[in-house]
Write a protein that binds this ligand. Structure first.
Ligand SMILES: [Zn+2]
Length: 401
């Protein structure tokens, strides 16, 4: 498997002189030990290789489609990638697309995958009689009785629409999934932010929904567990991860908790796997819940953060359309990144939702900057417990310098 790897791409002048860059250099030593950082820790940002090439060439509208829907996953992906590259956050890796969706086969229903790979061909194979055949563009697809969304380009169904380029984007997303798993397995000092085009946490084994087609987090968790890792998923999207919840009994050993709005889509009761919060929740409350959930996963090897930016106080979908919303501020995401960075686990952020497209890139940068500010201080202590590690690097040598 080959990846296009480039480091330190396209640093714009603003990044060199930015406050963030200065903060990062000031935080270069551990304030407790005075130690210089150890370079073992790295953050990988994994995205489709064609997307990477387009954004590198400043084609910020690559893959963006015009519609009247608030969901613009390609725009979110492009703008997040651009700001991370501009601020030189993480090592960006371009992953090639898969040839088919078979990577998802062990957790998703085979018929759903066939349908997603080529909806039109699948439709005509099912309805070969032109007299009784329903209207393709209005057909709402079901698999095992579960609503899977509309085949054509209509917007009047609960399921996400399927556009001509959706199948190719899902092949690209599976390429990101494969590269992410390989990266995490190769080196346990690597954290990652995976940027598939489409979110996945509302997609279950045999259904799509809520802008989601394939559950990237569940597929990755399954592949990591198969390799002997213990894995948990924490869903911090505003909307409950009902699709991921449906995998809890299917993927052996998978731990999962969703922190979400109690009374908003998809309103799924998740019992011990859910932390439903009221509209208007601020960081003060949210942070306590997140800390509690992180603590429940303290013994695991890897924590996957299903990362939604729609907890933002300016998110238009959750506030203006749904009439609810949380009240997290951009600076709260810096603190969230720090809190997650303080864990001892290998962390994978994987992109889910978020609809304040204008502000999300800044929030994304805040989150990963907070994460890196903690993570860069020292490598995780899984192999080297803190006291043993600090002894090894002779902390007194660096004190008072
Ligand atoms: Zn959401």
């Amino acid at each position: 498997m080959q990846y296009i790897r480039r480091r330190k791409i396209q640093i714009l002048p603003v990044a060199r002189n930015s406050k963030f860059t200065q903060q990062k250099s000031l935080a270069i030593r551990n304030p407790n030990t005075g130690a210089h950082p150890i370079s073992a820790h790295t953050l990988s940002i994994i995205v489709n290789d064609r997307v990477l090439e387009a954004v590198r060439n400043c084609n910020i509208t690559y893959g963006v489609i015009e519609n009247d829907d608030m969901n613009s996953p390609a725009e979110r992906r492009n703008s997040n990638l651009q700001i991370l590259m501009n601020y030189n956050i993480g090592n960006v890796i371009g992953a090639p697309a898969e040839q088919d969706l078979s990577l998802a086969l062990e957790v998703h229903h085979w018929e759903l995958l066939m349908f997603l790979e080529n909806p039109e061909a699948f439709f005509y194979s099912k309805y070969d009689d032109p007299v009784t055949r329903p209207d393709y563009l209005k057909m709402t697809w079901t698999i095992e009785g579960v609503n899977c969304g509309t085949v054509g380009y209509s917007t009047d169904a609960d399921g996400p629409d399927i556009y001509p380029q959706t199948a190719q984007e899902l092949l690209e997303d599976m390429g990101v999934v494969r590269a992410t798993v390989a990266k995490l397995l190769r080196n346990d000092q690597v954290d990652a932010y995976a940027m598939p085009t489409h979110p996945g946490h509302h997609a279950g084994p045999n259904h799509i929904g809520g802008y989601c087609y394939l559950n990237n987090a569940a597929i990755i968790a399954h592949l990591l567990i198969k390799e002997g890792k213990s894995v948990g998923i924490i869903d911090v999207d505003y909307h409950g991860g009902n699709g991921t919840y449906d995998f809890v009994d299917i993927i052996p050993g998978l731990k999962f908790v969703s922190i979400h709005a109690q009374e908003d889509y998809p309103e799924t009761e998740m019992f011990k796997h859910g932390r439903g919060l009221p509209f208007g929740t601020t960081w003060e409350t949210y942070s306590g819940v997140l800390k509690e959930v992180l603590d429940t996963m303290a013994e695991l090897d890897i924590i996957i953060i299903s990362l939604g930016f729609d907890t933002l106080s300016s998110d238009p979908l959750t506030h203006d359309i749904d009439g609810g919303g949380f009240e997290l501020k951009p600076e709260d995401f810096y603190l969230m990144g720090q809190m997650i960075g303080e864990t001892n686990q290998q962390i994978l952020f994987i992109q889910e939702g978020g609809y304040d497209i204008k502000n999300i890139p800044t929030v994304c940068r805040q989150l990963l900057s907070g994460f890196e500010s903690v993570r860069n201080l020292m490598p995780r202590s899984i192999k080297y417990p803190l006291n043993q590690y600090t002894k090894n690097i002779k902390i007194n040598k660096f004190r008072n310098q």
